[in-house]
Design a protein around this ligand. Structure first.
Ligand SMILES: [Zn+2]
Length: 65
């Protein structure tokens, strides 16, 4: 049964992509430890974007008096 063999191969390929491994960050291209296929951005960039969301305007101008 070659069909069964093919199927098993596909499943293994999918699982391989979903395994935690080192990947280059999509934003800064720095290799980082990715927990899974869905994680393509390093922690640093994630934290940066979250920080920017909270401030939205230039921090220097907003805090000036
Ligand atoms: Zn990054």
């Amino acid at each position: 049964m070659e069909d069964f063999d093919n199927d098993a191969d596909t499943i293994m390929a999918r699982a391989h992509n979903d395994v935690p491994q080192e990947r280059p960050c999509l934003r800064c291209r720095t290799p980082f430890w990715s927990e899974g296929f869905g994680e393509r951005i390093c922690r640093r960039c994630k934290g940066l974007s979250a920080w920017r969301n909270g401030v939205s305007v230039s921090p220097g101008l907003a805090r000036r008096r």
